[in-house]
Design a protein around this ligand. Sequence first.
Ligand code: KE4
Length: 423
Amino acid sequence: MGKQRSEELFERAQHCMPGGVNSPVRAWQSVGGNPLFVASANGATITDADGNAYIDYIGSWGPMIAGHAEPTVVEAVREVTASGMSFGASTAAEVELAERICRRFQSIDKVRLVNSGTEATMSALRAARGATGRDAIIKFAGCYHGHSDGLLVRAGSGATTLGVPDSPGVPQQIGELTRVAVFNDLESVAALCDSEVAAVIVEPVAGNMGVVPPEPGFLEGLRELCDAAGALLIFDEVMTGLRLGPAGYQSLCDVSPDLTCLGKVIGGGLPVGAYGGKAGVMDRIAPAGPVYQAGTLSGNPLAVAAGMATLDKLDEPGSYERLEEAGAKLEAGMKAALGTRKACVQRVGSMITMFFGTEKVSAYDDALACDTEHFGRFFQALIDEGVWVPPSQFEAWFVSLAHSDEQIEQTVAAIKRAVARSD
Ligand code: KE4
């Protein structure tokens, strides 16, 4: 496949943007080679700057769950655009999106819309600190909650890929307020969770080490430990919320957090994040209370329109059943392709990861032990086969409503060839 245009664009980009990208994982540094640039996308297909088409499993890292350029989403945004793009004042639409979120999530009485997952988690932690008067927080090694200072400690996703899970630039005094536990290890949490802790923040299904499901009792145990210590439990459902179910993973696991962070899907591809919880906590957020948080484009009409149109697609009968069915088909094909190799596939719903060099990933150290060199070879072979997946071992692949059975079958055949070529 020709890649000249992407190479030319990357060359130019490196002269004017750090690493030539606006987000590190896009630079393909952990899988080698120069990154491809996207020209367009439609449904489950993405087309690079040289006109090569791929079946896409990045889906903008989760938001494009209805598929790229989904007609009803595009029309919703087009219609709103013609009526003005941003006002710096409230609109009826943002009230409707907030009401829809509150109706879905039993744990959310009130929600604040922001512009990214980072903003959502950063603000949720401030809300928790404001509500408890405490400073310490607990996160889990390998979980990624965006790039705010206190959360760039043992962070997953791109931070792991680039070997900076503990980024320079984060003041030691802030880093020291972040206590790091081991995912799926309640004893590691119990040893840290005391009366100084404002909150425990967790991805209920970890997606930023690759997909790592919670083991039975883990999330329930976090709830109990938080209650005993008087700390708030924050579910970072930026990736899982609305993807794994209409009311997030919390409704599937029946564990109720004090605060929930959302993003990705609720923006349908435009910049949106959200954090919400019980009124007792949220009514302390300005202007209702003294905990300050604000945003020029929060509740932006275009982003809200894209988000609501995406939720409408997900609310159509059978949507979540289809996502589960497509995810299961892909999982079966991946496992068949891997055969008896030292590798594994871990999936929850439409989030899935193939891990090379290990047979199970329960926590960050297991993920770090993966054969990332092998993953890199596999990634490049898949690109040659016309399948575009996240350029890192430490990410989830995303299946959308637009992935047809035929495309899943094509993907499985490509995976089989790519696995054989990358041994
Ligand atoms: P953003 O600030 O990137 O919108 O969201 C941060 C975030 C928060 N919480 C979870 C669970 C997340 O997965 C993310 C962001 N996800 C990564 C992909 N694993 C974004 C991709 C990127 O960094 O370019």
